[in-house]
Design a protein around this ligand. Structure first.
Ligand code: IPE
Ligand code: IPE
Ligand code: MG
Length: 243
């Protein structure tokens, strides 16, 4: 990863990516869906590599949703295997490059070995602060909000003094800066239960490219598109930050 973000003042700092279209990419080539997912991991590596140079300090990607368990068992196990391989092959490099890895989502329901791998990856990179990479896995916004509500109930704190800020800190994405931009690839135009709290004031961008074809150029275009947007956060004047 190259150093020195040049124009981070303009943002976006935090981009969230719904990496969609692996299956269609494979189908168009007469390949099994699994190969689409594998090509998708390569696209993710290229994209992560380019992010700091574009001024980003955080990238959140949707790796596996709480609804993706509805897919055939073989595809689910392929996706589990990919997160295992990704962490095993890239953890050392991410650690050296100052990337902190976080895996938002539910730990319950994950196979024990995957759970151990993600916990180790988070622990090994916890001290890094150059870039935050969040790979949402077994993640769904509704589940995450319910889990946060449970944590609050168990904390014994007084509900009368609960604030949005306090609640936000109970979500599994609480280490990240505000989401500036949500991008979905593949032409689909929906959130599919991704970051519904966090993206309340994010800009939305739909890029007509299948995820395995994504990379630095597509991310640069997304950043450029973001910089043409005017954000008002409910007020009348263009503003950089909420509040
Ligand atoms: C996105 O690609 C990857 C995951 C959901 C894990 P898809 O597998 O959804 O690809 P399409 O939408 O079927 O093309
Ligand atoms: C969202 O994509 C989940 C991930 C990218 C991991 P899906 O392909 O699962 O979403 P739907 O089912 O088309 O809404
Ligand atoms: Mg899809």
């Amino acid at each position: 990863m190259a150093d020195s973000p040049s124009s981070d003042a303009e943002g976006p700092r935090h981009v969230a990516l719904i990496m969609d279209g692996n299956g269609r990419w494979a189908k168009a080539r007469g390949l099994p869906r699994a190969l689409g997912h594998r090509a998708g991991v390569e696209a993710l590596k290229r994209t992560v590599q380019a992010a700091p140079e574009l001024g980003l300090t955080c990238l959140t990607v949707f790796g596996f949703s709480t609804e993706n368990w509805r897919r055939p068992a073989a595809e689910v196990s392929e996706l589990m295997g990919l997160v295992r391989n990704y962490v095993e092959s890239d953890l050392g490099r991410l650690e050296r490059e100052g990337v902190r890895l976080r895996i938002p989502g539910r730990r319950e329901g994950l196979p024990d070995d995957i759970r151990a791998i993600v916990e180790r990856a988070e622990a090994r990179t916890a001290h890094n602060d150059r870039f935050l990479l969040q790979v949402a896995f077994n993640y769904g916004s509704r589940a995450d909000i319910v889990d946060a509500a449970r944590r609050f109930a168990l904390s014994g704190e007084d509900p009368a003094i609960l604030t949005e800020d306090r609640f936000e800190r109970l979500l599994s994405t609480s280490d990240a800066p505000p989401v500036d931009l949500v991008v979905r690839t593949s032409g689909e135009r929906r959130l599919s239960n991704f970051l519904m709290w966090e993206a309340a004031y994010a800009e939305l961008l739909f890029q007509d490219i299948l995820w395995p074809d994504y990379g630095p150029d597509s991310l640069a275009k997304a950043v450029e598109a973001f910089r043409t947007r005017e954000r008002r956060f409910g007020g009348l004047e263009p503003t950089r930050q909420a509040g």
